[in-house]
Design a protein around this ligand. Structure first.
Ligand code: GDP
Length: 609
């Protein structure tokens, strides 16, 4: 079957990762529909705007005779940097490698003691006699441990939970080497335990399990071990390879043992060496705008050494490092691999998960930042074009497409989330629409939620916030990616509005609404306008441009005609009421007779029930 897609003869086509058939079509100057058809012939149903997998794009390329190469955002960045003679993967002499501290994220179910544990680790490590500054929250801190006779450092990301972890992963960044999965021994494995576990597994990050709250009388650490075997985490003492450590964050019990386990796991499964020379590169893990000091970004150096005075670019922000502070507020002049520092001197606030790098001069970093900005704007534009809201869903349906509405429900308490979900799934939903609740949860709307909504590329996905608001970054992300968020404080309002929206999305149904009728008393022929009828209005009113039918002796002789002109004596009238005389002409019927009855009506949208 010929579908009109152009055939290439090996021409190169570069596509960004996750491109759609429309993007592909634009590159080869084809009609997107023809590519949809080609994919269909190849046995895959893909819509024009849906983001495609690498395989799909490559397969279609092969089929059509184009040499497709897929460019990931990281590749694009590499190419950009190569233009400035910066090679992120340059080889390094063995003897200039150092063992860097592992970077650890603490995850687990709410209330299982993540925050308490981060506090305990930090305070257990205040070095004696140190004229320490005041501890500052900069997003990460470092502790020192005596391990097998050596002083070893461990870096902790001190935002507990997997939100930050996944937000960074959504940007393709991975700051974490090891996850400590906190499970309360009195509560056992809970939903977020599993979520955290899955995130760590997806990122291929080794896990150390901290079995917390063992000070509690009802603690059952054995049960936690046993429960987790079901999810593939088998304790060493049961012949597996995951270290489980019983601790009490509250009583500061066995924190050393946990740190020991982290280092043992790191040494067994990770290569933690990093070059200490060269331009520093790494990740921004947290950033904010400080009233007095301007943008402050906490960065983790991945390789090289960052120094005060370096020109750096982080995401779209750039500048010169004016000062660096550690997590006790002390100024540093340099920071090596995995050393968390707050950097002052950037022109803007980078995002968490943005990569940073130092370059030779201010001009280079400014140009890199500007080109990244331009690329980001282009990507956002593309995003917005492809995004759907409740309103655009309506258009899809008008075009006869079946479509899905994906909802993410976030609420202040689980009771209201469940009630809302229950009510929504019970809504009478038109069959053209498939309603799916793809995620629900308690708490503020997060970047995770927005990412999830924008990931459902072939459906309209909206987020419902019930008594909750989005976090600032989530709001910005939603704006950028064109994800619709609707807020409610009353359940029935939410239900009514979604229901109304769903109905609004359907082709409206119309019903006839009678306006009035008149009887023909005389007919005249006019050479200019044709047949003119002199009438008397018998009921209701006759309105110019209204729809009409002609009834003769009880039979309809003309249907779907209209009152094309209406006069009261010599003057044009818009409407004439019951009991009055008028002259009119009909559009679409030229055979009126005396005693004909003209019924007029209008079509009104029928409210759906
Ligand atoms: P998060 O939500 O995981 O960050 O949990 P938190 O660190 O805020 O702790 C939740 C609650 O558990 C707090 O009331 C803590 O005091 C308590 N808690 C944390 N660790 C322990 C522990 O080891 N033993 C006991 N008995 N309580 C703990």
């Amino acid at each position: 079957m010929s579908s009109g897609a152009p055939r290439g003869s090996g021409q190169a086509v570069r596509l960004p990762r996750g491109a759609s058939l429309s993007d592909f079509a634009e590159r080869i100057n084809a009609n997107p529909g023809s590519l949809v058809q080609e994919m269909f012939n190849l046995g895959e149903m893909v819509t024009a705007t849906q983001s495609c997998t690498d395989e799909t794009l490559l397969m279609l390329g092969l089929h059509l005779g184009f040499e497709v190469s897929i460019v990931s955002p990281e590749d694009e960045d590499r190419e950009l940097l190569a233009r400035f003679n910066i090679d992120l993967d340059a080889d390094v002499d063995e003897d200039r490698m150092v063992t860097r501290p592992p970077v650890v994220t603490v995850m687990g179910h709410v209330d299982h003691g993540k925050t308490k544990l981060l506090d305990a680790i930090r305070s257990a490590n205040v070095v004696e006699g140190e004229a320490g500054g005041i501890t500052q929250h900069i997003g990460a801190y470092q502790v020192h441990v005596e391990h097998e006779g050596e002083d070893r450092a461990v870096t902790f990301i001190d935002t507990p939970g997997h939100e930050a972890f996944t937000a960074m992963r959504a940007r393709g960044a991975q700051a974490t080497d090891i996850v400590i999965l906190v499970v309360a021994a009195d509560d056992g494995v809970m939903p977020q335990t599993i979520e955290a576990l899955n995130h760590a597994k997806a990122a291929d990050v080794p896990i150390v399990v901290a079995v917390n709250k063992v000070d509690k009388p009802e603690a059952n650490p054995g049960k936690v071990r046993q429960q987790l075997t079901e999810y593939g985490l088998v304790a060493e003492e049961y012949g597996g390879d995951t270290m489980f450590v019983d601790i009490s964050a509250k009583s500061r019990l066995n924190i050393d043992g946990l740190l020991e386990a982290v280092l043992l796991t790191a040494d067994a499964s990770l290569d933690l060496r990093a070059p200490i020379d060269g331009h520093a590169q790494g990740l921004a893990i947290e950033a904010h705008l400080d009233k007095g000091r301007g943008p402050v970004a906490t960065v983790l150096v991945g390789r090289g050494t960052l120094r005060v005075g370096d020109s750096i670019v982080a995401g779209n922000a750039y500048g010169r490092v004016r000062a660096m502070l550690d997590d006790t507020g002390r100024p540093l002049t340099e920071a090596g691999p995995a050393c968390p520092v707050a950097v002052l001197g950037l022109t803007a606030v980078p995002g968490a998960g943005d990569t940073f790098l130092a370059a030779d001069d201010d001009r280079t970093v400014r140009q890199i930042a500007e080109q990244r900005q331009a690329r980001k704007r282009a990507a956002e534009q593309a995003n917005l074009r492809g995004r759907a809201t409740l309103e655009t869903l309506l258009e899809k349906i008008k075009e006869g497409e079946r479509t899905s509405l994906d909802l993410i429900i976030k609420g202040d308490v689980s009771g209201s989330v469940e009630a809302l979900e229950d009510a929504l799934v019970k809504l009478p939903i038109p069959e053209e629409i498939q309603l799916r609740i793809i995620h629900r949860g308690v708490g503020a709307i997060t970047e995770n939620d927005v990412n999830l909504a924008s990931a459902s590329s072939d459906a309209t996905a909206i987020i419902i916030g019930f008594n909750v608001r989005p976090m600032q970054q989530a709001r910005e992300l939603a704006d950028r990616s064109g994800v619709e968020i609707r807020y409610y404080t009353v359940i029935y309002q939410a239900i009514e509005e979604i229901e109304a929206a769903l109905k609004g999305m359907l082709k409206p149904e119309y019903e006839e609404h009678a306006l009035g009728s008149c009887e023909v008393r005389e007919v005249f022929r006019s050479s200019k306008v044709g047949l003119i009828a002199g009438c008397i209005v018998r009921s209701g009113l006759i309105r110019r441009n209204a729809k009409a039918r002609v009834v003769r002796d009880g039979n309809v002789v003309a249907e779907n005609v209209s009152i094309s002109s209406l006069k009261r004596f010599k003057d044009d009238a818009t409407e004439v009421r019951e009991g009055f005389e008028c002259g009119l002409t009909l559009g679409g019927y030229n055979n009126l007779q005396v005693e004909d009855v003209i019924e007029t009506y209008e079509m009104r949208e029928k409210p759906r029930v």
